[in-house]
Design a protein around this ligand. Sequence first.
Ligand SMILES: Nc1ncnc2c1ncn2[C@@H]1O[C@H](COP(=O)(O)OP(=O)(O)OP(=O)(O)O)[C@@H](O)[C@H]1O
Length: 550
Amino acid sequence: MTTFGEVAKRGRGWLPLIGLNALIGSAVTLALPTVLGRSVDSIVAGSDYSRWLIIAATLIGLGIVASIIDAFAGAACVAETTAWLRHRLVRQVVHGGPEGARGFETGDLVTRVSANANDAAQAGPAAVTALAAIAPPVGSLVLLALIDVWLAAAFFGGVVLVMLVLLAFAKRTADISLAYQETQGQIASRLAESLTGIRTIAAAGTTAREERRILGLLPELHKHGVVTWRILARSGAQAAVVGPLVLVAVLAVGGVQLVAGKITAGELFAASQYAVLGAGLGTLTGVIGEIARAKAGVQRAAEVLAIDAVPHGSMALPAGAGQLTFDHVTVVADGNVLLDDVSLDLPGGLTVAVVGPSGAGKSVLAAVAARLRDPSTGHVSLDGVPLQAVSRHALRRAVGCAFERPQLVGRTIGEAIAPEAVSPVRTLAAARATHAHDFVSRLPDGYLTSLRRAPMSGGERQRLGLARAWPAHRLLVLDDATSSLDTATERQIGRTLTEDRHHRTRLIVTHRPATAARADLVVWLDRGQVQAVAPHADLWHNTSYREVFG
Ligand SMILES: Nc1ncnc2c1ncn2[C@@H]1O[C@H](COP(=O)(O)OP(=O)(O)OP(=O)(O)O)[C@@H](O)[C@H]1O
């Protein structure tokens, strides 16, 4: 569990410098009243006061230098911690696989990684600044006690009142900071959802309703903002009332002691300055607000960092052609049984079609075969090795997946096909085999065409998705990955798949009888259960099987 302390400590390279500068600032603040008090006494006594003025000027200069260094160190510390936290968050999300991020909405996740990570990174500097801010009043108390113990008592009473105001502020502001960040995340989620379905929204003519839906949370955000300012204003006002009380109490006691001849005029001046330091504690509301935002940011980051990374084994795969075994595989999600005790033994090198009515569990079976999700019970093996025991590298080299709506990643079309260091020859071979090369070569910049600018049809995107999965040498999992292709291209790719000279297994989720007919075997699923495993021709006699294809 990631904590405030852990994030705060991350900036430890900078925190000593920030702390040192804050202490120098405090020391300067504490020393100045004494020095100025001595100047006053020297002026009153008619003696030489220039020495004290030089010391005062030096202290002021030191204070300025310290605050410049403090500002720089604070910014550097926050930048470094933000980068570290974002790196961890992104890593956790990516390593959690498709199931890991399911509990989060896209926009909310982006807000956590971007804005909230930056809020959280304030933890270290804000905590050090708050701690350092305690030094002046504590020092004031000690120095006042050295002047006169009654001055210290009056000061202490007032400071306790200021502290009570600050504690109440810290408590109230923590909850509201979290609520504010959560609402921000919800707005971002709604925007992300709308962007995903922007075509549907435009086609349905519901743009105005969508705008209202996204911005419908603004009043809530506004309410949290108003509450934040109200808490700040109330605490500020309370501090403004309580603060001067410290000064009045110290001055009243100081006046009595001066008249009684127990302190000098200079000491009364110094005491009044120390009292101002105690009263000024009320201005700490700013840094306490920062701590509250940092705490909320850390809490939201911790929820993401709690995503379990998909564990991988360290085994390589033995020689084989992709024999795929399901051993009593059951998948349960949200209390629903998606795959129910599925046992299959599919010999390597075959084309296996997975068919069944909508919602039968075909995609779930494909995802489990490619280890995009793990079974709740049972296991899946490839060439005799349980998928969970195979190393990540070996698994991704061996198994390729293509989907109905592929999300293409990379700057260029070439990168979308081969995101990692794959030789151009293999990229070209994959593009040719999947008929992606035909349209890519017609683009002005070919494989170097920017992915964002390349206009692509659903079928063209599917061809790139197929090309990307193509180099897998042991198992190719195609989940409705050719559904948008025209019949002729689909048939050509189907033939290439069937004649695939790599002798790997091809698991093809399909709704087309022609694809099932070309396959060596068909796995017929219904409501998460295997109905039969046999060639299409053998199953075709069964009326229920024929109904699967409508
Ligand atoms: N992570 C999940 N949590 C809960 N339910 C899920 C999850 N993933 C899939 N399902 C449900 O499992 C069932 C099977 O889904 P699946 O996508 O495998 O169906 P399918 O056979 O591929 O259907 P189609 O042909 O329509 O694509 C569906 O009812 C779906 O809502």
